[in-house]
Design a protein around this ligand. Structure first.
Ligand SMILES: Cc1cc2nc3c(=O)[nH]c(=O)nc-3n(C[C@H](O)[C@H](O)[C@H](O)COP(=O)(O)OP(=O)(O)OC[C@H]3O[C@@H](n4cnc5c(N)ncnc54)[C@H](O)[C@@H]3O)c2cc1C
Length: 474
């Protein structure tokens, strides 16, 4: 089909969806084109989920400015958009004189960046905050926090959608042309015409930038692997514990999740394969050993899952990591906003990035503000809210009612992972062993799909290839 919009945003992750949500305050017709079947299948769903304080980025950088803004607004955002966020603080633990100097410099840099609530604490205070931690002193960032990266991204996207943004999932952009000032964007079997194009394609941003004619960027992948620990460990870790950072790498840390698990990681392994998320066994052992020097509770029996994410790092000719790049290149295309190198702290900074891009567009095209815009999204339904308490996932206490509600999500996501990220079903100790088929059956029933048409995540993640017996038991 052929569609006409004012603005096409390429990439439906937290950044693309935040941009679309900000722009949805106007009367512009907006489409988000996303190649995957959900908005959290790439980096926005594969990270540490830490709301950073803004101290670990170069003075005057966009990363620092947008991170500090994002951190400040996160409490209000979480109220408005109904996603879990805890301002639990975080410690960066040191032992040597050099660590002390680095942490003191980090505090100075943080205050210069506009961050607040940063202080050095001695070993006694450190052990009051995190009893089991191994270390002599720490930098304490009281305004750092943790959030649910899935619901954060999904609710931003759903709120954009509720305010009129059209989402086209499973639409991979393969070409962009510009004729008579109008972009012609081809994605899947469809063609989208638009005055504006926004490149928020994350790991695919360099490819989209090249399609726009904005060439020459070098982006390398830095893969971070993680372990997920059982919920029995959560109560032992009240806040994230980090080693002493550099301005380009935070180091392997232990982080509580908003649901009471603990994640261990990430390491940082350069990769040019932007689609391989497997976690090798030797990396698992490396993570366990490294993080155990900070926090002693990591044993193999508590590892319930692994995952990984890949940071798109924009580097210069000498391989030095660069700032976020958010640009309109008038010399090449005056109606394209190009975002390159949106790595960490992109989760924290997503909404300020959305505002910045929206302002850049509105400076050039006078889209009018809508009379009515609703920035509110309900919290997800949870066990206590369900009228019928029939359980489907006993590890995470998820009811059939919650799952059915999630299956009818506004973006029309019908994958098992889509239901998992919306409800937490399949995230517990058994890792879907007991509930997976029940959920698959509910998707069949609610969506009228055949079992063999249901996928775990993307089009190639088959679960079943067909039935072994027909309805008569033959
Ligand atoms: C290991 C790791 C740890 C991190 N920890 C933190 C943290 O603790 N705190 C923090 O603030 N940040 C953190 N980050 C960074 C943060 O996760 C990212 O900056 C943020 O998620 C980027 O969002 P995005 O929307 O740009 O990318 P994505 O979520 O990757 O979204 C981009 C989307 O574009 C789509 N796309 C790509 N190409 C095309 C195409 N051709 N056509 C259509 N769609 C396309 C992709 O499918 C994808 O869904 C971490 C990242 C990693 C990898």
């Amino acid at each position: 089909m052929r569609y006409r919009f004012d603005i096409v945003v390429i990439g439906g992750g937290v950044v693309g969806s935040s941009i679309a949500r900000e722009l949805s305050r106007t009367n512009a017709a907006i489409a988000v084109l996303e190649k995957n079947s959900d908005v959290v299948d790439e980096t926005s769903g594969r990270n540490s989920a830490v709301v950073h304080g803004g101290f670990a980025y170069d003075r005057g950088s966009l990363k620092a400015k947008l991170c500090v803004e994002g951190n400040r607004m996160m409490g209000d955002l979480s109220e408005d958009l109904g996603f879990p966020f805890i301002r639990c603080g975080k410690v960066l633990v040191g032992n040597t004189d050099e660590d002390m100097r680095t942490l003191e410099n980090t505090i100075r840099q943080g205050y210069d960046n506009g961050a607040s609530g940063l202080s050095m604490i001695d070993g006694k205070r450190l052990h009051e905050l995190v009893p089991a931690v191994i270390g002599s002193f720490a930098m304490f960032s009281e305004n750092s926090g943790i959030l649910d990266p899935f619901l954060y991204t999904i609710h931003i996207a759903e709120n954009a959608h509720e305010n009129g943004v059209s989402y086209f999932l499973s639409h991979k952009v393969v070409s962009i042309e510009r004729r008579n000032g109008i972009h012609i964007v081809t994605a899947g079997d469809d063609v989208f015409e638009a005055e504006w194009v926004v490149n928020a394609a994350g790991l695919g941003a360099k490819t989209i930038s090249d399609m726009l004619g904005i060439t020459g960027y070098k982006v390398i992948g830095s893969k971070g692997n993680y372990l997920v620990l059982d919920k029995t460990l959560g109560p032992l870790l009240p806040m994230p514990v980090y080693p002493v950072p550099s301005n380009t790498y935070m180091g392997i840390h232990v982080t509580p999740t908003v649901d009471g698990n603990v994640t261990v990681g990430p390491d940082a392994v350069n990769t040019d394969d932007f689609s391989y998320y497997g976690v090798p066994g030797d990396r698992m052992e490396y993570l366990r050993e490294s993080a155990s020097t900070l926090w002693p509770h990591i044993s193999r029996k508590d590892v319930i899952r692994t995952f990984s994410g890949i940071l798109p790092k924009w580097v210069d000719d000498k391989g030095r990591i660069q700032d976020f790049r958010i640009e309109i290149r008038d010399d090449i295309d005056d109606r394209a906003v190009n975002l390159i190198g949106i790595e960490s702290p992109g989760l924290t900074a997503a909404v300020p990035i959305g505002r910045m891009v929206s302002e850049m567009i509105l400076e050039r095209t006078a889209f009018h503000s809508k009379d009515v815009w609703n920035g509110h999204h309900d919290k997800p339904m949870r066990f206590d809210d369900a009228a019928d308490k029939t359980l489907v996932c006993s590890c995470e206490n998820v009811t059939e009612e919650e799952i059915v509600r999630a299956i009818h999500n506004p973006l029309g996501v019908h994958t098992l992972s889509g239901i998992k990220y919306r409800t937490r079903a399949m995230m517990g100790r058994c890792q879907a062993g007991f509930c997976h088929m029940k959920i698959e059956k509910l998707i069949e029933r609610e969506c009228g799909l055949r079992a063999e048409d249901i996928r775990y995540m993307g089009p190639d993640s088959w679960i079943l290839s067909g039935k072994m017996r027909n309805g008569n038991g033959k």
